[in-house]
Write a new protein. Sequence first.
Length: 580
Amino acid sequence: MTPLLSVSDLHVGFGRDPRASEIVRRVSFDLAAGETLAIVGESGSGKSVTALSINRLVDYGGGQITRGSIAYTRADGRTLDLAQASERELTKIRGGEIGMIFQEPMTSLNPVLTIGEQIEESFRLHRGLTGRQASAAAKDALDRVRIPDAARRLKYCPHQLSGGMLQRVMIAAAISCNPRLLIADEPTTALDVTVQAQIMALLAELKRETDMAMIFITHDIGLVAGIADTVMVMQSGEVVEQGRLDTVLDTPQHPYTRHLLSAVPHFEAGRAARTDFRRPDTPAAPALKVEGLTVRFPVTSGLFRRQTGAVHAVDGVDFDLMPGETLGIVGESGSGKSTTARAILGLVPPTRGRFSANTNLREGQGSSAVQMVFQNPYASLNPRLRVDSILAEPVIAAGRRVTAETTQRMTQLLERVGLPKDALQRYPHEFSGGQRQRLCIARALMLNPSVVVLDEAVSALDVSVQAKVLQLLVELQQEFGLAYLFVSHDMAVVERIAHRIAVVYAGRIVEIGDATSILSKPKHSYTKRLIAAVPSIDRRHQTFDLDTRQVPSLVRPLGYEPDPAAWQRYGPDHKALAEA
């Protein structure tokens, strides 16, 4: 049977002389109708360039197919070589027969047009629909991807929807014309685990309904296990291994495939949780104590912008953090976990509550109790400053002069995080993503803090780099006695780094305690839902039921106060919020 897509000896280059600078080389594969191919690899492996070459979008990014063919079988049985197709032919195929979901919906959608206008564009271009017909088709598309209250949401602009909702909008636009092939380029990377599960369930259901083929690009082999029929592993622009899913996962032949499989943090329901720290039996001074932390943002309306309510972003959060301990804070986007971290750092003003960091745990002038490592190492470092100036920033901000002693500490910290001494004279663009995050960690340690807040600090990194940074964090914690507040949506990562876990939902902690206990025996329904949604190789071919439940609105009327928290205990260090 003729495959739907047959790629043979594909080479792609960039620049003035594409043949001399080929990014992708010797890529070949076949894809049948209704089949899913997963392309796996780390950043720079060439997987996205390969995907963009199929519908020739790579042409718009300075790329060029230098050799090879991309044979696509159209609905009427004719075969078209997309590598040689004209722009006129490609315009009919893009969107109409080959749909594409990009990684970041906020940069893929036009911020000044409504959701409805952007989805209607596909129907006007490929089906010739106009006016009410196009609007009705756009509403049906949103209904198809299970977006509640679709008619109203068509009038929204992108910034008014959550990340998960925006990704559903992207899927609705991509499948609006029933494409025969869907290319999904890291479609769930930026999403929380429960939203990710729903997107995967949605894609699986749409695939069953339409018998479309799919190319799914990811670095998460756990996701691959749940959706792929075949797997193609890429490294440095070349295919190093490909075959049926079970064969590649169970008996990988190439060292790079084995390396990827070993680097991915597999979720083990608490069995992999850290046991190198135990809370003291006698009360000791915590590194950080938070009591009744509440953060609210005003909601205004009307001509005079009078306050009519408030967003209850964080409501009555309590916890303490001991020296040498890691507390993982997990929850969906909008749950309040990052707001909690930012309030502790003073980046967001708290409405009420108290929190205190123990400054007596650190010696030396100018020591700062709490420092932060942000999510994106590319955005966290000033590209115009050299590393020595970047590391000097917290020292200068603390009102101290940069002395020979300061430079010596810079050199010591760079060596400790695995960077060469000459790094001081280099600029951020001269480092990889993992090296940049190591720089951010070194900067956070410049003032000898007792608490380090890590807000999704490894989520932007490749799996092998992520594993190295996590190991570095553990070593630094044991060496310096640091307390970590680790904010993340990745349960497998949290399991590897946290001693205790706090689960946050709708601005409140709903379960908190020992990591092993919570991950192996969750008690709150939301915690159970989070854990059930975690993808892993062990949960191969797991299917998820579509769930359209949303996090309840955090907007409350003026004067509203939630009921006091009622806790149920399930062990010496495990409690959960009582449910109605």
